[in-house]
Design a protein around this ligand. Structure first.
Ligand code: NAD
Length: 540
């Protein structure tokens, strides 16, 4: 008998463990790293809880040691993708009718499993598979994913509690149905937590999902899937289908039952998907919800009153942590001429201290970039800057012989619209433009308009008037805005994440706003004593 209105546990951000020498978490992580490095995991396709293997296979390798194979996987094709869509539709009725507190309990259990016995399994996989340091893996695979699981449950309760008012003689209610169809989740390589959240958010609201993870991050993503299975996720609710991106469009996005697309990745891919949905618009049973968090060209803007030490620390951490492969990574900086000598000295000195190498060596601050395609694209930008008369490369370098290593690179651009000030590079490359102090307004204008993106941005100043002015002048330039802090490191529940313009639909992952995209509310009006004659009083 369900006769109570439940209250979910109050979510608290998962504490970040230190992994300092001598701690038990460091020992446990190192044990897992050794174990996973000595194994080649077999990754199947999973549809309706059944493991499926196809003849088309691929390999997952370590970015920092690219001849080392971590896992082998099977690629889903037309048959499997259509079967996954059918499985999601078949599971929908039972899942959406499960009392929501039971759906929620599965995800709360997953959070506790992750924070406890699964923590180092997920962290080690994220380190080896995506080349994250222990700290970067911890804040992603353990903490952010646990936060998504717990906070989303609290946000779901907030959605369900929201009810309309009722006039005399009636009772108005609102119920929050899942979308009428299945949801396609397509995730990027760079955050294990994002892969999880793209599925969890719609599933929690009663939807069933077909999940296509990035093949370059399959080991960690498959473990997330297994974690959800262990937490009790019923078969068919999330179907795990590693496949080619183009097959998602061909066989899932054009399916008339596709009701939602939850995407994180590059702007170009999201645009192509949106276009395809537009071309198919007359074929869908419902207007599909399209939620995409996409690229960024994130900035740090310094005013002449900025604190140079804080600024240069933010530049280095913001640009180079996780090799600049965060959508929020600082990739352009605006520095006033009056500060440049000190900033240049400080930022180059701090960058020179950075050690790049295998992430299993805990003294390294950076690992490798994800794969050969990324390595070629990033180094292409560096070579372009080296050859250009409009820029100087102040530090940096690369070597892809053993791992896809790119050194932290700083470019000084002499024109504000230099290619590396405008385009997303998605690697450890920071371009600096030094503006004359008297040109402050023009520099702000350029910062706001030179790039099509608007994801994250940071301003540095001691002068409060200047901060207030910059905050207002740059209001359209970023969906996540930081004052005297680096533009990365958003925490679920504290800084809901997402940007506008070419950076996405800004549906704020890790907030109630995102969950609202996965429901189709039904309003129910009940009249207690209905009228029994047609004429209104004014007619008499
Ligand atoms: P990507 O766009 O190359 O790939 C993302 C996913 O899309 C992958 O699973 C890929 O296989 C799939 N895909 C590729 N072609 C497809 C197609 N035609 N149809 C459907 N799916 C297709 O991105 P990536 O390299 O994995 O990740 C880096 C990008 O993600 C960067 O641009 C970064 O800014 C962005 N990102 C944004 C956020 C955010 O919150 N805004 C967060 C993380 C990453």
């Amino acid at each position: 008998m369900t006769n109570a209105i439940y209250t979910v546990p109050k979510p608290i951000n998962e504490p970040v463990l230190t992994y300092a020498s001598g701690t038990s978490e460091r020992d446990a992580l190192q044990t897992q790293l050794k174990k996973q490095a000595a194994t080649v995991t077999d990754i199947p396709i999973v549809i309706n809880g059944k493991e499926i293997r196809t003849g088309e296979k691929g390999k997952v390798t370590m970015p920092h040691n690219h001849s080392h194979v971590l896992a082998e996987y099977c690629l889903a094709g037309e048959v499997e993708l259509k079967a996954a869509a059918n499985a999601a539709m078949d599971a929908r009725d039972a899942w959406s009718n499960m009392p929501w507190q039971h759906r929620a309990a599965i995800f709360l259990k997953a959070a506790d499993l992750l924070a406890g016995p699964w923590r180092q399994t997920l962290n080690a996989a994220t380190m080896l598979n995506q080349s994250k340091t222990a700290h970067q893996a911890e804040i992603d695979a353990a903490c952010e994913l646990a936060d998504f699981l717990r906070f989303n449950v609290a946000f779901a309760q907030e959605v369900y509690q929201n009810q309309p008012i009722s006039d005399a003689g009636m009772w108005n209610r609102m119920e929050y149905r899942p979308l009428s169809g299945f949801v396609v989740a397509v995730s990027p390589f760079n955050f294990t937590a994002i892969g999880g959240n793209l599925c969890i958010a719609p599933a929690l609201m009663g939807n069933t999902v077909v999940w296509k993870p990035a093949t370059s991050a399959l080991l960690s993503n498959y473990l997330v899937y297994q974690l959800l299975q262990e937490a009790g996720l019923p078969d068919g609710v999330i179907n795990f289908v590693p496949c080619r991106g183009s097959d998602v469009s061909k066989y899932l996005l054009s399916d008339p039952r596709m009701a939602g697309f939850h995407f994180t990745g590059s702007t170009a891919v999201f645009n192509a998907c949106w276009k395809l949905v537009g071309e198919n618009i007359a074929n869908y049973e419902n207007y599909p919800r399209l939620v995409g968090e996409t690229g960024g060209k994130d900035f740090i803007f310094a005013h002449p009153t900025a604190d140079v030490d804080a600024l240069t620390t933010a530049m280095v951490r913001g640009a180079f942590e996780y090799q600049g492969q965060k959508c929020s990574a600082a990739s352009r900086a605006y520095i006033p001429e009056s500060l440049w000598a000190k900033v240049k000295e400080g930022v180059l000195a701090k960058t020179a201290e950075i050690k790049v190498g295998e992430v299993t060596d805990f003294s390294n601050f950076m690992g490798a970039v994800i794969d050969e395609a990324a390595f070629k694209s990033i180094t292409g930008y560096i070579d372009y800057a080296k050859e250009s008369k409009d820029a100087d490369v102040l530090c940096g370098g690369y070597d892809g012989s053993k791992g896809w290593f790119v050194q932290p690179t700083i470019i000084q651009a002499h024109v504000p619209n230099f290619k590396t000030m405008v385009e997303e590079i998605f690697g450890p490359v920071l371009t600096v433009f030094v503006y004359p102090d008297a040109d402050f307004d023009n520099a702000i204008h350029s910062c706001c308009t030179v790039s099509p993106y608007a994801l994250t941005g940071a301003i540095f100043a001691q002068d409060r008037q200047a901060l207030a002015y910059m905050e207002r002048a740059l209001s359209d330039a970023a969906g996540n805005f930081y004052i005297n802090d680096k533009p990365t490191g958003a925490v679920v529940g504290q800084q809901p994440f997402g940007g506008g313009r070419a950076s996405g639909t800004n549906d704020k992952a890790g907030s109630v706003l995102n969950l609202l995209r996965w429901v189709s509310p039904r309003t129910i009006k009940e009249t207690f004593v209905p009228p029994k004659s047609v004429p209104y009083p004014y007619m008499q």
